[in-house]
Design a protein around this ligand. Structure first.
Ligand code: NAD
Length: 461
């Protein structure tokens, strides 16, 4: 779509939506299949674009972006007919005769604003939900992943129905210009500050939004676990995409008895995965841009590094870095969103829980433990968008588990059926017959009629 002419293009999409183009099962299925074909036929180009933006390996892009979105599409195709079906509801006896149901209806023309860290997944997975729910969609990929954004803009129109899907490129100014127009729903992924602006713009037009934001995800390591496995899983989840993953563990809370052992295993895992110089590893990503590099480099210099810490501005490289910190350290004040992992120790699980409770609700809480009581306590005494025990990130790979934040980490759910529901509005529908039509409901009421009505309402209500 021509950025200078949002208005005309939007009007055309709105007309397309009003014409009923996107409503049928056949159209929705066709678009999902077209998106699947796009992912399969353009795999190489997509991986190359993500590599140019983030230095992400082809394997990582395939596993965490392309295959994930393809899985979302297949899941939607399997269940779409059922999701689209109205849900029948009972009608109370005194309202007979009639039938009641909730119809999932598309919002209309929706805006999907994505972040740069998973530049494909974060616009295409919501697009799967939007198309499955029968919407037209405008995609606004992140300007911080310009190669991926340009590729999506170039190829989307070739594979998808141009009357219903378009891509707008540009930075914050273009996003703000888009927000001046009226959409029927806005789905935003990104930072809290950007989310606030999007929500303010949406509030001015009373448009519903979903905000997928970030937070500081804690990971508790109890003393009764297999430290080697825990270390490998933590290192994998933290340094995937160089730590630029919203669901990555932001910091570790380790039982003091196993802190030294865990650090040794984590050090070994970094070497096993990325070699003794991760800068040379084809599987280790780069920091997205100079601004984020500067922010992270300052945290490294102000921190208590246990291992790693090497930074190279020219190649936007920051080594996998583990630090020993306290709750007051600068690195513990904001979401890190990079390959720096602070480790804090605790003596009792109460201390660990109190530490988490004092902070904003994160996207995820992680726990490594073999103790049933500890698992129950951490599950029930913390709040977050998701919880995962003895592993990390995989809770978001299960298409039937809704994905989203809690409190300050955002609201609104997607993936699988949750995404279909987020991109639909529930319409309550009642079909009534003409008969019977008792005079009892109509005025004048009078004391006798009123008393009968009260009894009926009390009996059936
Ligand atoms: P970003 O800079 O790419 O911004 C995201 C989008 O918002 C872009 O399209 C940008 O144009 C737009 N934008 C930014 N500021 C804006 C403003 N003031 N007004 C209007 N639009 C604006 O990405 P980011 O914000 O750096 O993203 C990183 C954050 O996103 C991290 O906090 C991370 O945790 C979070 N994140 C969350 C999820 C999730 O699913 N919950 C996924 C990925 C990233």
């Amino acid at each position: 779509m021509d950025n200078r002419d949002f208005g005309t293009a939007l009007d055309m999409m709105r007309k397309a939506f009003r014409s009923g183009l996107t409503r049928s099962y056949t159209w929705r299925r066709g678009q999902l299949l077209a998106l699947l074909r796009f992912l399969s036929e353009c795999k190489k180009e997509l991986s190359a674009a993500v590599f140019a933006d983030l230095g992400k390996s082809e394997a990582e892009t395939c596993l965490t972006e392309i295959s994930f979105v393809a899985g979302e599409i297949r899941h939607a195709l399997r269940h779409l007919r059922r999701w689209m079906r109205p849900a029948c509801k009972g009608v109370p006896l005194h309202y007979l005769f009639g039938s009641a149901a909730v119809y999932p209806e598309p919002h209309g023309v929706v805006l999907i604003i994505g972040a740069w860290n998973y530049p494909l997944q974060l616009v295409l997975a919501p697009l799967v939900s939007a198309l499955a729910a029968g919407n037209c969609a405008v995609l606004k990929p992140s300007e911080s992943a310009p190669h991926t954004s340009a590729l999506l803009a170039r190829l989307a129109g070739i594979y998808l129905d141009r009357r219903a899907v378009s891509v707008v490129e540009g930075g914050v100014d273009e996003t703000c210009a888009l927000l001046e127009y009226r959409f029927d729903f806005i789905f935003y992924t990104g930072s809290r500050s950007g989310g606030r602006e999007v929500m303010l713009a949406a509030a001015r037009k009373i448009v519903p939004v979903a905000l997928e934001l970030g937070g500081k995800n804690p990971c508790i390591i109890d003393r009764d676990v297999n430290l080697g496995t825990a270390a490998r899983r933590i290192v994998w989840a933290k340094f995937l995409n160089a730590g630029q993953t919203c669901l990555a563990p932001d910091y570790l809370l380790v039982h003091q008895d196993v802190e030294e052992g865990l650090l040794r295993y984590m050090y070994q895992a970094v070497i096993d995965f990325y070699g003794s110089d991760p800068a040379l590893s084809p599987d280790y990503s780069r920091i997205v841009n100079d601004r984020h590099f500067t922010r992270l480099e300052q945290l490294v210099h102000g921190g208590n590094v246990v291992f790693g810490g090497q930074c190279d501005r020219a190649s936007c490289y920051i080594a996998p870095t583990i630090l020993r910190e306290t709750g007051e350290s600068p690195i513990m004040q904001e979401e890190i969103f990079g390959p720096l992992l602070p480790v804090l120790s605790y003596e009792t699980i109460d201390q660990a829980l109190a530490f988490i409770e004092e902070r904003n609700n994160p996207l995820a809480v992680y726990l490594f433990s073999s103790c049933r009581a500890t698992k129950n306590r951490v599950l029930h005494e913390t709040r977050s968008g998701s919880f995962c025990c003895n592993d990390l990130l995989f809770q978001s790979a299960i298409h039937s588990l809704p994905f989203g934040g809690s409190g300050a980490s955002g609201f609104g759910r997607y993936h699988g059926q949750a995404g279909f529901e987020t991109f639909s509005s529930s319409r309550s529908v009642l079909f009534k017959t003409f008969f019977p039509d008792p005079g009892l409901r109509y005025p004048p009421y009078g004391p006798e009629k009123f008393s009968v009505l009260k009894s009926i309402v009390r009996f059936f209500g």
